[in-house]
Every structure is written in C-alpha cells, then in structure tokens.
Design a protein around this ligand. Sequence first.
Ligand code: GUN
Length: 292
Amino acid sequence: MTATLIDGKARAARLRADIATHVAPFKAATGRAPGLAVVLVGEDPASAVYVRSKGKATREAGMESFEHRLPVDTTSEALLALVRDLNVDPRVDGILVQLPLPAHIDTQAVLLAIDPDKDVDGFHPVNAGRLAIGAAGFVPCTPLGCLLLLQDIHPQLAGMEAVVIGRSNIVGKPMAQLLLQQSCTVTVTHSRTRDIAAHVRRADIVVAAVGIAQFVQGDWIKPGASVIDVGINRTETGLVGDVDFAAAQAVAGAITPVPGGVGPMTIACLIRNTYVSACRREGRPDGLGTAS
Ligand code: GUN
C-alpha cells in the first residue's frame, strides 16, 4: 500500500481563497480592510523570505499589510515601543513579530507586550492559557494548519490515538492541546522519552515536530496511520522532514510531503487568524465553518 499524499499546498490555497471571499463583505460593511503588521528585526535570510511571503499572502487575501523592518541593532526598548504603537493602531488587527529575534532582545518580554487580542501568532501566554481551557483566543498557525489537514482525513478525531513528537511552545504543546480538544488520546514524546518508537507504533495519528532530519522511521508507523511532518531540515540532499518519507509512505494511510505539506498551511492560518481578529474587533461573526 502507498499512503495518500496530503496536498497542503492545495489545501492552503483553498483556505486563503475562502478567507478572501469573506474579506470582501467585511470591507463593504466596515469600510476598511483587516490589517496585519509584521515586524522583522535584522536580516536573517530565511526570516526575510517568510516575512515577504506573509505580506504577499495578506495582500492577496484583500487585507492590508504593514511591514516594519528594523535594523539588527534595534534595542528591546525601541521594539517594545513599536509593539505598543501597533497595539493601539485601529487599522492593525494582527501583530506578528518574526522569530528568532537577535540575541540581545528579550523575546519573552516582546511577546508579552503584544495585545493578546491582536496576537495572531498565538504565542502570548494568555492565548496559550485560553487554548488550554478551551476558550476563544488565537491558536499558533502551524499546529492549527496540522489540525485542518487531519480533519480533512478524519472528520471525527474523537477516540483516536495521537502521538506528538516534540514539545515546543510553538508546535508540540499547542498541537497536543488541539488534539485533546478533539477528544483524541494524546501522548507527547520528546528527547527524554524512553522508547519513542513504542509510542509511535500505537498511533493512529503521528505529528512529528522534532527538527531532526528523517528521525521517524518507517517501521515505527502503524499501518494506515496518518502522518503529519512539521519538520523542515536542510540537508546535503535538499529539504527533508522529520520523517523518513519514502519508508513511511509505504506503510501509512496518509502523509504530508516536505515541502508542500504543513508549510503552506502556516501562512494560510495566519491569514485566517488575522481575518478572525478583525471580525472580533468589529463585533462581526466571522462566518467561517469548522473546515476553515
Ligand atoms: N519563525 C518561524 N516560524 C514563525 C512563526 O510562525 N511566527 C513567528 N512570529 N516567527 C516564526
């Protein structure tokens, strides 16, 4: 058996187009476009590419993009002052400070300064707390994208065994919360887990977010399982995920490729979160079904 390929690129394009159709009536009713402010400090090439893509996707959805590029020697104080300005700017519904920040900047202080109700990255502790108790907030874009891909395959996730590999604040922990909210039985494995393979072998759903190239072996995968690979690892042979794709594809029921799987969903979910934020701030229903 060969696993079904999960086409994240196509799913992300559909999500972005769906948001664009909702943005049009939003503009007609409110007289303004939803706005996303993206802040880049320094000139890390990968971050610069991400920031450009985010701006482009924002404009393509009919929303306004405010891009702030600051020099690498920007002080914490100057960055905090910009964040405070964006917090009170009525045109700005979403604020994203691209990570990683230069080492001299206190990242936690910056993330804490963002108004939780404009925190479309979902990195503020208030939004982590809201996710943990099932209250409305913002969910980090990458795990949200993973959930949307999984829901396409499994409209009913309740009761499934899910194993998350990795416990980062950006992916592993919020992913586990989302799957728990869907009534999966969730196991979070990490670098100190004794026998990761034994856990993965029980899993109907595997989400790999460890950042180690081809860490998950094909013979760990339960036949028919759905495998979501969040990894983006640069190797001599090119970009590879956290899963040994060729071996896993022979066993799994469905699997995301790298690239073209989870990656495109992250930006699409950022666009979605920004639109949702704009609706909340205007007191309007977002009109999105559960599939968006
Ligand atoms: N750097 C890598 N991924 C992300 C992300 O999703 N949000 C932000 N702010 N920075 C990132």
